[in-house]
Design a protein around this ligand. Structure first.
Ligand code: MG
Length: 305
């Protein structure tokens, strides 16, 4: 762990330092509410199950382990039937299940009760498996644009959302995990687009089983400041997705556009120590080499932040 003075010296650009000096009126003392300059931040990289191209999961895990990738994100569909398989695949390895990516049926903000209940019931199954696997949480989107009929974007719907997720969060907490709201860009889910909004919903619900994630791909379109978005989310932020910023391929495939330094600064400021997980395709022929080059780019930019 580095001390606060070193952290300030090495990690904060002048602009950020000025901003925080302006916020607090003083530098080198207690930080604004919920922020810690004495950061415990840690870069933990995770791959989704499809990030590498190999014949078997064992081969993928071998490559990940050799390259210090310590998280595996899997899909929620059918997860309950994979608990033993995944537990034995990870046994004795320095790799944990990072998060569970969706996989539920129905959706939370449906006008139809049966569709909402289908979402709740399939989420219960995934959450149960997630708890058994020690996952930090299960990612959920309240409603994609394509899902109809959907509740209108009103205060009443927001109140309903909070109540619905409070119940789901309690179930998740009882199973040792969380549900994590994922904001998407407006083309995919107009309802919830910004990390701070997701965090604010978490704050209103005030349930330890309800958290949020930030996805650099979606943030590219929706956030005026990556750093600001992550700082807003603070302790509600439990997971991060990463992809190239123009085409959602491997980080680095979009060249100079793939800059995550500002966001990483935000993560360092909130002492983020959960996973940053690849959620992306790949343009290049050699998928595995491109993924590992992306890991190097992320490590380099984390140091720069
Ligand atoms: Mg995502």
């Amino acid at each position: 762990m580095i001390n606060r003075r070193d952290f300030l010296k090495t990690s904060l650009g002048c602009a950020a330092l000025t901003t925080f000096a302006a916020c607090t009126g003083k530098v080198g003392t207690e930080s604004p509410k919920g922020l810690s300059f004495n950061s415990n931040a840690q870069l933990n990289i995770s791959f989704q199950e499809g990030t590498l191209k190999c014949e078997t999961l064992t081969e993928k895990l071998d490559i990940m382990e050799q390259n210090g990738i310590t998280g595996l994100e899997v899909g929620g569909k059918g997860l309950i039937n994979r608990v033993d398989e995944l537990k034995s695949a990870l046994n004795g390895r320095n790799i944990k299940i990072s998060a569970i990516c969706a996989g539920f049926d129905g959706f939370a903000l449906s006008e139809e009760e049966a569709t909402r209940n289908l979402c709740r019931d399939t989420m219960h199954e995934i959450i149960t498996a997630a708890g058994q696997l020690g996952s930090v949480g299960v990612i959920i989107v309240p409603a994609f644009n394509r899902q109809q009929p959907v509740m209108p974007h009103t205060q009443e719907t927001r109140d309903f959302l909070c109540q619905w997720f409070n119940e789901l969060g309690t179930f998740a907490h009882e199973h040792g995990t969380t549900v994590m709201l994922e904001p998407l860009n407006r083309r995919e889910a107009f309802y919830l687009r910004q990390v701070a909004d997701a965090a604010q919903i978490c704050r209103d619900i005030n349930n330890p089983g309800v958290k949020c994630i930030g996805d650099f791909w979606h943030m590219t379109w929706e956030e005026a400041s990556d750093m600001g978005a992550f700082i807003s989310a603070r302790d509600y932020l439990q997971h991060v997705h990463i992809a190239s910023r123009k085409t959602r391929k491997m980080p680095g495939e979009d060249g100079e556009a793939d800059n995550y330094v500002d966001g990483f600064r935000g993560l360092k400021l909130i002492g983020y120590d959960k996973f940053i997980s690849f959620e992306c395709g790949c343009n290049a022929e050699d998928r595995n080499a491109t993924a590992l080059a992306a890991v190097s780019l992320i490590r380099k930019q984390w140091e720069e932040a």
